[in-house]
Design a protein around this ligand. Structure first.
Ligand code: N01
Length: 582
């Protein structure tokens, strides 16, 4: 392996340099991957399109942006010292604090010297003769690397619908996922927000608190549960830190990769009174765990109807104008689209200057110079916020020209939907890895835990290849086909596969409809990854080894070998594939 990494200076370009690995992206995935590659003694270069680390948390600076997994769990778990030293201020940390954490990690582990910022990878092509990747950037870098590791994020490529007349609009148009760093002051302005997903739901109450008038354009009403966010007391933090490893272990044993109390009892076995009490208690605890009120909510439509009905009654109880309340009541499966977590979202529609416009039947017609026209009515606006989401899971790959063996382009291979083995690799693309790629739990788990598990597995894999002197590793088509089929099959037993969400690519016209993340549950997935490794990377072909492919030494992956939490994932639940996933 090479050791000729050039010195880093963001003004310098890498031309003709060779690295052991190139990592694309310096979000949490790219940062941790770099740390682990260094631990193996390898040379690595990270290219990052943004001006700093943090990925999602670098770009999504819209008002109200915060995590919706409790802060004490929404963080790296690989360093006890890091866990002990960092103090989260709130139950759900705001974006600036999560970004500060990412920067702290970058400093603490001295990551920046191997990261080139403001540099977007434009092309990556596998050189079959040299058995390496040739990688190019928009700043003129042209390098070679044995491994090319895509840490490009699942929700990074913004979706900007091509509304007619966009160029006519005289005011600014923002996207929540590419928010101006200097912030936006909406004071006294007439603001339009398009979309009612998580980003809109977090930002709308804060935009409404500044704007003179706010018009929300809603295509699909959204279920959202109150966060009940609050400051974290030192006593609470100390209590968690006193046994942090135990909390981390409990989280790993959960289908979601984060811990919260879960009730496995089926909703339909409870009496209506019991259900009401249970839902009310869960609502008062708030957040994503609301979906853990019963074990069958995402598997049985009748059970789901009971929680959906409860949520609609909550909306009608909060929103004073009955017509607006009805428009805000979703009629789809509860939790089918990603559940949202809010602070004062529905209450915002009681403000006299906030208006809801239904664009479900009559879509947005066009932007005019001074507003947006729907169904012949013009809504006057000074600025517009597109909270229109992302080309999820595969959009970030589409932005890079990726070419594997025999000139096969990844875009062509994935045209009918992404195809991967374990969400980690794809046949025809040796030594190309995808951190939290499609086909892995990724967005259905706590992202940072999902990232860490992938990175640890990849580090062990790369370490093993070095140990046996191998040149390449590549997923094989039959194993990939089986995995793709399994991902698809498991998704069918969940009600989640039934609606037009970004999980299936249906938020953007023309994308293939495929359930992209793996919904079988985090621990079951981890077990599969570990088995593949201990069986000598079953399903992969390893080429050029100078030593036998003996059972790999499991180094980092060991910490993911936790016993399944049988309280939550009972054998019966697995048999019925009733894996509760929030
Ligand atoms: O995007 P979305 P997001 N005309 O796709 C609407 C994570 N996240 O940025 O539902 C009119 O959810 C679209 O309508 P429809 C989280 O995983 C987490 O809000 O497609 N409307 C929808 O209402 C989340 O799920 C946090 O019919 C159009 C909205 O725009 C994911 O990121 C915070 C339209 C897009 O909602 C994405 O969330 C934020 C059109 N042409 C995000 N096109 C946390 O709390 C789209 N829409 C951690």
């Amino acid at each position: 392996m090479t050791s000729d990494a050039p010195t880093t200076d963001n003004s310098l370009r890498d031309v003709g340099a060779t690295f052991d690995a190139v990592v694309v992206g310096a979000g949490f995935a790219g940062m941790y991957m770099l740390h682990r590659l260094r631990g193996l003694g390898l040379t690595a270069r990270v290219y990052e399109a943004g001006g700093g680390v943090g990925g999602t948390w670098y770009w999504n600076r819209y008002p109200g942006a915060r995590c919706d997994i409790e802060s004490m769990q929404y963080s790296f778990s690989f360093s006890d010292e890091l866990d002990q030293q960092w103090n989260w201020s709130e139950k759900y940390a705001p974006q600036p604090e999560i970004l500060a954490y990412a920067n702290h990690v970058a400093d603490r582990f001295d990551l920046r010297r191997d990261i080139r910022f403001d540099t977007r990878v434009t092309a990556a092509a596998f050189d079959e003769q040299a058995k390496c990747w040739r990688i190019e950037t928009d700043r003129g870098d042209s390098v070679s690397a044995r491994f090319c590791i895509m840490a490009v994020g699942c929700l990074s490529a913004t979706n900007r619908p091509p509304f007619a007349g966009l160029e006519d609009f005289q005011g600014p148009i923002y996207h929540t996922g590419e928010w101006p760093h200097e912030g936006v002051d909406f004071t006294g302005l007439r603001v339009g927000v398009i979309g009612t997903g998580s980003s809109a739901i977090q930002s709308i109450p804060l935009i409404a608190s500044q704007a003179a008038a706010l018009t929300v354009f809603q295509r699909t009403a959204t279920y959202t549960v109150p966060a009940w966010n609050e400051p974290l007391t030192p006593a609470y933090r100390d209590a968690v830190k006193a046994d942090y490893p135990a909390l981390r272990a409990k989280a790993r044993a959960r289908p979601t990769g984060f811990y919260f109390p879960f009730n496995m009892k089926p909703a339909l076995e409870a009496t209506p009174e019991e259900r009401e009490r249970q839902y009310e208690e869960a609502w008062q605890r708030g957040g994503l765990p609301f979906l853990g009120a019963y074990g069958d909510l995402l598997f049985d439509k009748d059970a789901n109807d009971t929680i959906a009905d409860f949520a609609r009654r909550k909306i009608r109880g909060i929103v004073k104008d009955p017509a607006t309340a009805e428009l805000l009541c979703p009629d789809n499966v509860f939790g089918c689209k990603r559940l949202c977590v809010d602070t004062g979202y529905f209450e915002t529609y009681n403000l006299p200057h906030v208006k809801l416009v239904d664009v479900s039947k009559t879509p947005i017609g066009r932007f005019t110079p001074h507003g947006i026209a729907v169904d012949g009515v013009e809504y006057p606006l000074d600025s517009v916020v597109c909270a229109t989401g992302f080309a999820a899971m595969t959009g970030s790959f589409d932005r890079i020209r990726i070419t594997g063996r025999n000139g096969l382009s990844l875009a062509d291979k994935w045209r009918a939907g992404p195809r991967t083995y374990l969400g980690l690799a794809t046949a025809g693309f040796p030594n190309l890895f995808t951190i939290t790629g499609p086909g892995s739990p990724s967005v259905l788990a706590s992202m940072i835990q999902a990232i860490e598990q992938h990175v640890d597995w990849l580090a062990d894999c790369i370490g093993h290849l070095r140990d046996i002197g191998a040149a390449t590793i590549e997923a094989t088509a039959p194993y990939e086909d089986d995995w793709v089929e399994h991902v698809n099959e498991v998704s069918q037993v969940s009600l989640r596969s039934t609606c037009s969400s970004w999980y299936v690519g249906a938020n953007i016209p023309g994308r293939p409809r495929v359930f992209m993340p793996y919904i079988g549950g985090f621990p079951i997935y981890v077990q599969k990854c570990n088995e593949v490794m201990t069986n000598g990377f079953e399903g992969f072909v390893i080429d050029g080894a100078t030593m036998p492919n003996e059972a790999p030494r499991v180094r980092l992956t060991e910490r993911w070998r936790v016993p399944l939490d049988i309280e939550v994932i009972s054998p019966a639940a697995i048999a019925a594939r009733r894996v509760p996933v929030v």
